[in-house]
Design a binder for this molecule. Structure first.
Ligand code: NAD
Length: 254
C-alpha cells in the first residue's frame, strides 16, 4: 500500500507570502489542513485567513510586512523563528501586476513589479536557504510563477519579465542547493479567480477569449493549487528539483 504520510506536513512550519487573499490564502489553508503550522506574511491583516484556519483547528500566525523593500527581511526572519521555531517551507506567492501599454510604463511601476515579484523572491530564498545550509536539515521553496513565465502576455511587460525570471531563478537555485536537500520548485498557475485577474474578468471580451482557450472550460480557484503546493512542500517531492509545475486547466497544452 502506498504510504500517504509522505504527503503530510504534520510538524512542519510553512511561511507563505501574500497570505491575506487569493492563492496565498488558499495555500495557507491547504498547508494547515495538511498539518503544518502556517505563518502568513502580508501587507494587510490576514484575519480572514486566520479565521478560516481557526475554524478547523489549524495553527496560524501572521507577520505584517510590506514586501516592496528588502529591508523588511530581517524582521520577517526574526518573527518567523519566534512563531513556531524552524521554518521548513517557504512559499513566495506575493506578487503584483500593473497593466499598461509598454510604451507608457514608468520606471516607478517597473521597479515596483520587479522588486516584489523578483528581487524579494530571491532575497527571501537566500535568507531561509542560508539557515538551512547552516543546519543541514534541508528545506522546501515554492515560487509562484505564471502562464507569463512562458508567454509574453499583453500590456504587462514588467510582470512577464518578473515571472519569466522566476523559472530561471528556480532552476538556478535548485542547481546550487539540491545537494543540500533544499528543493526549489515553482508552480505556474493558469487563469485563476483572484484579485490579480479582476480587471481581466470584468473585461467581457478578454474574459471570453481567455475562457474559450482553457481546456478545462473554467477559471481556476485557490483550491485548485492546493494539491501541487502540498506535494512540492512534502517529503513526496524529495527528488523534485528546479521544476515548474503548471496548474492551468490545460492552458499550456493548447
Ligand atoms: P492577489 O492580488 O489576491 O494576491 C496578491 C498577494 O500579494 C496579496 O496577498 C497581497 O497582499 C500580496 N502583496 C502584494 N503586494 C505586496 C506587498 N508590497 N507587500 C506584501 N504583500 C504584498 O492575487 P493572486 O492571484 O492570489 O496572486 C498570488 C500570486 O499568484 C502572485 O504572485 C500572482 O502573480 C500569481 N499568479 C496569479 C494568477 C491568477 O490568475 N490569479 C496567475 C498566475 C500567477
Amino acid at each position: 500500500m502506498t504510504n500517504l504520510t509522505m504527503f503530510s506536513l504534520e510538524g512542519k512550519t510553512a511561511l507563505v507570502t501574500g497570505a491575506n487573499t487569493g492563492l496565498g490564502q488558499g495555500i495557507c489553508l491547504a498547508y494547515a489542513k495538511a498539518g503544518a503550522n502556517v505563518i502568513g506574511v502580508a501587507r494587510r491583516s490576514c484575519q480572514e485567513t486566520a479565521d478560516k484556519i481557526a475554524a478547523f483547528g489549524g495553527s496560524f500566525k501572521e507577520i505584517i510586512a510590506d514586501l516592496s523593500d528588502t529591508s523588511v527581511i530581517p524582521k520577517i526572519a526574526e518573527e518567523a523563528d519566534k512563531a513556531f521555531g524552524r521554518v521548513d517551507i517557504l512559499v513566495n506567492n506575493a506578487g503584483i501586476i500593473k497593466r499598461c501599454d509598454a510604451a507608457d510604463v514608468t520606471e516607478e511601476d517597473w521597479d515596483a513589479v520587479i522588486n516584489i515579484n523578483e528581487k524579494m523572491v530571491f532575497f527571501l530564498c537566500q535568507t531561509f536557504a542560508k539557515k538551512w545550509l547552516a543546519d543541514q536539515k534541508g528545506g522546501k521553496i515554492i515560487n509562484i510563477a505564471s502562464m507569463l513565465s512562458y508567454q509574453g502576455g499583453i500590456r504587462v511587460p514588467a510582470y512577464t519579465s518578473s515571472k519569466s525570471a522566476i523559472i530561471g531563478l528556480t532552476r538556478g537555485l535548485a542547481n546550487e542547493w539540491a545537494r543540500h536537500n533544499i528543493n526549489v520548485n515553482a508552480i505556474a498557475p493558469g487563469y485563476m479567480e483572484t484579485n490579480n485577474t479582476q480587471n481581466l474578468r470584468s473585461d467581457e471580451q478578454r474574459s471570453e477569449e481567455i475562457l474559450s482557450r482553457i481546456p478545462a472550460g473554467r477559471w481556476g480557484t485557490p483550491e485548485d493549487i492546493a494539491g501541487a503546493a502540498i506535494f512540492l512542500a512534502s517529503d513526496a517531492a524529495a527528488y523534485v528539483h528546479g521544476f515548474t509545475l503548471a496548474v492551468d486547466g490545460g492552458w499550456l497544452a493548447r
